[in-house]
Design a protein around this ligand. Structure first.
Ligand code: SF4
Ligand code: SF4
Length: 366
């Protein structure tokens, strides 16, 4: 059966980024600049995405503004009729370039912050002075009249500052705050002992979010979900494998999620060899875990199978070594206790962060 079209396309334009976040969702092996798709390649991808039925385009990275052709890319995407959301660290855009992006048809900006307090934020990002630049950039976004969302990835080292992060979102004029718990694969898995929050922290944060939601209703909407390591039910990762979203990485490989390359033995096809629609509908990688046919017990036949789609394949592999296993976030998984083991281990971390490798990229405005 032909799957319905994806709603969203996440375009990882580059892996280059001035920051070095220890939970970065980019793979451990970062793509080099000279292997990135060209402007014409991306323009073709955007047209094919719109023809396929994609509505929302998320321009991501790395830092998407490290691409000198970002304005041109936004123009191609808007011309194809896509809603464009720029996911940025805010480190490489000045007022002129932001105005050019708005003029080219940019619809929305999503700015990430590492913490509410500059010293901690800069330490987590591995970049002195970065937080101040982000705040300045947020002011430019507001002045440009672009709607924006503040995104905060939370973990043990900043979760106690969630109240201040909410205050920062209000101060900056964000209409939405996305509080995203770290997902533990790739760089984050390397740093898990430093990042996993404690149960007490999590409980306080959950209460705090509920209070903030009610206090700021109509002014700021707050997205927040319980992290997998304290969950009893898994999340439908990316809305289910090959169901709602596709990812194109900087070199043109098409993935069901940004971490899928962590799964061994899988072959992901490229937009340089095949059009997006046929990769979505019939490539081996997208078919592999689509639907419920691949499931084994206890997922096979479970009443939740078409709600959570068995959870996250990358997390299942990262924790059990078997990508076909039930996501250990599920209480029915025979591996559920691995999450408790990880939480206990994280209580006494050794050493410091392993920072994401610094990509060689100029941090001045391009
Ligand atoms: S290093 Fe940080 S800002 Fe850069 S892409 Fe990774 S998570 Fe985003
Ligand atoms: S057994 Fe599988 S389908 Fe059922 S709730 Fe757990 S992960 Fe979801």
């Amino acid at each position: 059966m032909t799957p319905p079209p994806p709603i969203g396309l996440l375009a990882e334009l580059t892996h280059r980024c001035p920051l070095r976040c220890p939970y970065c969702s980019n793979p451990l092996a970062l793509a080099a600049a000279d292997g990135e798709l060209t402007t014409a390649d991306w323009a073709r991808v955007f047209r094919q995405a719109a023809e396929l039925g994609v509505l929302q385009l998320h321009l991501s990275g790395g830092e998407p503004a490290a691409r000198r052709d970002l304005v041109e890319l936004v123009s191609h995407a808007a011309g194809a009729g896509l809603y464009t959301n720029l996911i940025t660290s805010g480190m490489m855009l000045d007022a002129g370039r932001l105005a050019a992006l708005a003029e080219a048809g940019l619809d929305h900006v999503q700015l990430s912050v590492q913490d509410s307090e500059p010293g901690s934020a800069d330490r987590i990002a591995g970049f002195p002075g970065g937080h101040a630049r982000k705040l300045a950039f947020a002011g430019l976004v507001t002045q440009a009249g672009l709607p924006f969302t503040l995104n905060a990835v939370v973990h043990r080292q900043n979760l106690d500052h969630l109240g201040e992060i909410v205050a920062l979102a209000l101060q900056l004029g964000a209409k939405r705050l996305e509080v995203a718990h770290v997902q533990y694969y790739g760089w984050a898995l390397l740093n898990r002992d430093h990042l996993l929050p404690t149960r007490d922290q999590l409980d306080r944060a959950t209460v705090m979010v509920e209070q903030a939601r009610s206090e700021h209703r109509g002014v700021l909407s707050i997205d927040y979900v319980v992290p997998d390591y304290y969950a009893t039910e898994p999340k439908a990762c990316m809305g289910g494998w090959g169901r709602q979203v596709m990812v194109v990485n900087p070199t043109g490989k098409v993935l069901p999620c940004h971490a899928a390359e962590s799964l061994p033995g899988m072959v992901f096809e490229s937009v340089l060899d095949r059009d997006l629609a046929s990769i979505w509908t019939s490539s081996e990688a997208f078919e592999m875990y689509r639907g419920t046919g691949w499931m084994r017990g206890p997922c096979q036949g479970c009443v939740n199978a078409e709600r959570d789609w068995g959870g996250c394949r990358c997390q299942a592999f990262a924790l059990t070594g078997d990508a076909t296993a039930t996501d250990p976030a599920c209480r029915l998984s025979r591996d559920h206790s691995l999450l408790d083991v990880a939480v206990q281990r994280a209580a006494a971390p050794a050493g410091d962060f392993i920072y994401r490798e610094r990509a060689r990229v100029k941090t001045s405005v391009l």
